[in-house]
Design a protein around this ligand. Structure first.
Ligand code: TXA
Ligand code: MG
Length: 343
């Protein structure tokens, strides 16, 4: 693989960046692209040979299906077949949340290669709100398959430099549009219709579109994960988003039992001195998700960035403080739990 090229997509350079990405994607190549959630590793979703390169670059097992991104709501019918009994709900959800960080699992259109969906009869679809991604998707005129642009099981990248660390030398191009504005991956749901009642939304992955927001349109139920089962969203393995340094989610400060001579860093929520976590130990380093304010939106944007900083700090372990588990906090705690799961 040749060197990984980075092209910038700031206003005056956007056209060139779009052209460079589309040229590669048309030629059956892959490229890392910015979305509002995290950077994605893109391929023409209708070209199985290109999609295979995504799995290879990420070292992703082929049982873990990819999300398909479409340029407009009208394109949904080209990748999914929406059953009559959920048409109205799909219209409501896509009107409310697209373009944006909501992924819908729907019966797949036969044109979508089995490799994309790992042989499932369903396909995961979303329309990204990122202006650069949208421009590339539109110009390409094809759906784009794109998982997060990290190696399998590792921390999702929210900047071009993070993509470079994950996949540098393994992919030809990264389109750099700065930091992602959401910071955690899209919310994933499937829809179960109920006669005469609002539908049930099965929540496969918590994300920026919160349970509270979805409740206006249906009843939200978290999908239960049974040990030993093939995961319902196959990428949702218990251990995921993991730094190389062990990460411990410390639900209660009193449970901290440091070992002598070991270096510990704190992944703090607000970074304030009065927090029981800050004063708990003489930390090697402290990084805060939302310094001072404790705003969950800021915490989400900074989560993977801060996890990376701590991972690179030469620690024996990262100790993570919980955030309040409401709204976006549900997605943040989900990522912290998976990052701390035994490997
Ligand atoms: O925000 C996002 O969703 C980002 C950006 C790039 O769009 N993408 C992303 O992709 O997070 P990825 O591959 O890292 O996560 C996709 C998740 C995986 O857990 C996968 O198992 C699940 O979606 N998934 C994909 N297709 C599915 C299907 N048909 N049924 C159930 N789960 C599915
Ligand atoms: Mg991922």
């Amino acid at each position: 693989m040749p060197e990984t090229r980075i092209v910038h997509a700031a206003d005056d350079e956007m056209k060139d960046a779009v052209r460079a990405a589309c040229a590669l994607l048309r030629a059956g190549e892959i490229a890392a692209l910015p979305t509002e959630t995290v950077y994605g590793l893109a391929a023409d979703a209708l070209n199985p040979a290109a999609v295979a390169k995504v799995f290879a670059a990420k070292q992703r097992p082929s049982f873990d299906p990819l999300i398909v991104h479409i340029a407009s709501r009208g394109d949904l019918k080209t990748v999914a077949i929406v059953p009559d009994d959920i048409v109205e709900t799909v219209n409501q959800l896509t009107t409310a949340f697209w373009p944006g960080p909501l992924t819908l699992i729907l019966p797949k259109h036969p044109d979508v290669p089995d490799l994309v969906t790992s042989g499932l009869s369903t396909v995961a679809v979303r329309q990204s709100a990122h202006p650069v991604f949208r421009a590339i998707n539109k110009e390409l005129g094809k759906p784009i398959a794109a998982p997060s642009a990290n190696r399998f099981g590792r921390i999702s990248p929210t900047s071009a430099s993070a993509v470079m660390k994950e996949l540098g030398g393994r992919i030809p191009l990264i389109v750099d549009a700065g930091a992602c504005s959401e910071g955690v991956e899209s919310t994933i749901i499937s829809i179960e219709p109920r006669a005469g009642k609002k539908p049930v939304f099965h929540l496969h992955r918590a994300g920026p579109v919160t349970k509270e927001q979805l409740q206006d349109y249906g009843k939200v139920e978290k999908v239960r994960e049974k040990p030993g089962d093939l995961p319902h969203a196959p990428g949702q393995l218990p251990s995921h988003y993991a730094p190389l340094t062990p990460l411990v989610l410390l639900e209660k400060p009193e449970d901290f039992k440091p070992e002598p001579g070991k270096k510990y860093g704190l992944l703090s929520y607000r970074g304030e001195d009065d927090g029981a976590y800050i004063t708990l130990h003489d930390w090697e380093t402290v990084e805060s998700l939302s310094p001072g304010s404790g705003k969950l939106a800021e915490a989400a944007i900074r989560l993977f960035f801060v996890m990376r900083l701590l991972d690179e700090a030469g620690l024996d372990a990262i100790i993570a403080e919980p955030v309040s588990e409401t709204g976006l906090g549900v997605a943040i705690m989900d990522r912290l739990r998976r990052a701390s799961a035994n490997r």
